[in-house]
Design a protein around this ligand. Sequence first.
Ligand code: NAD
Ligand code: MG
Length: 389
Amino acid sequence: MRRITLFGATGSVGQSAIDLIARDGDAYDVVALTGGRNVAQLAADARRLNADLAVTCYPECYDDLKSLLSGSGVEVAAGPDAITDAAARPVDWALSAIVGAAGLVPGLEALAHGTTLALANKESLVTAGPLLLGRAKAHGATVLPVDSEHSAVFQALVGEHMAAVERVIITASGGAFRDWPVEKLATATLAEASSHPNWDMGQRITIDSASMFNKAMELIETKEFFNVSPDMIEVLVHRESLIHAMVGFNDGALMAHVGPPDMRHAIGYALHWPERKALPVERLDLAKIGSLSFEAPDDARYPALAIARRVMDEGGMSGAVFNAAKERALDGFIAGEIGFLDMARVVDVTLDKMSSSDGLQNAALSLDNILETDRLARIRAGEAMSQLG
Ligand code: NAD
Ligand code: MG
């Protein structure tokens, strides 16, 4: 039996993983499941999968989780440190599906124990890519991509040499506002930004898809994960979300990964890697689909993409600043404090402020420095939000 842990088990990616695991329950020994406020889901899954441990990141949810699991034999814990402790428990495979920079420390901890880490949590790569991948290398641990575009690139690279790669193209649906007049974007509401044309995902990544901050993060994720230079990475708007990524080689070939927009494919590929096993995803009928469309992204509509290019050029701590400012701005948009287009302004201004005044751009990429940068960037982003004209 393979020992596994799922971080962020109650979320959209976590639940897709549980769907796969529950179909083949005898193959897995579930060590830990972690979640947040949805303790009913966490408890139900911990019972169903017979987990050793269930952890909520919120201490105030401990009592509820404890009582939901009474008599089950499942151990209960709460708080961020308890999630990190769960990452220290030996397993063969762990899924990092926490949303936000909160996924970084548990991911680092799992890697320090040699765990194979299936990484959906792109924020940890954006914030601290070299630290995370360096940790994996130092401990002989493997990081596998779960973001659909990066899983697609990873699969297109099987058996290939990186020296033959000319470009990496990640696709974007264009998000909720792809057909809106640009002038109208400033008025976009939370409800409007929280729906995605093709994918069913958590609220934060859905809004990030509407603003293209999700694709901006994925540009940085591509650079970090595959160690390719920024000028080799392209974003292509592809409305149907069926081609997830393409790799262009030096003989002119483009290897495209085509599949339905279902995260169970990328999760399942990482779960069974290096093998390929049957997965319960839709088989595409391309004759019925008929045609696929491609467009260059519109820079005026999606300012986040230029910000990501800036971050890749600046390097150092700018990924940590970018991610933290983006998370703070997204909190502000969700809370109704700022408008949709203000998110990009806040991130841009925060990057300006931090690179000129806080002297962190050249700091060593240690965990302490990164966490301090993350903390400061959230404060600076909050200030930028209150100064918006
Ligand atoms: P979600 O909001 O549905 O779920 C997030 C999970 O993280 C929940 O279990 C929640 O309880 C937990 N969580 C939230 N805050 C936490 C904290 N501070 N500490 C510990 N746990 C916390 O999110 P999602 O859509 O499943 O996305 C998860 C991650 O996967 C994100 O990084 C996202 O960018 C990435 N991703 C998601 C999809 C998708 O289809 N949803 C696709 C690609 C990548
Ligand atoms: Mg993606």
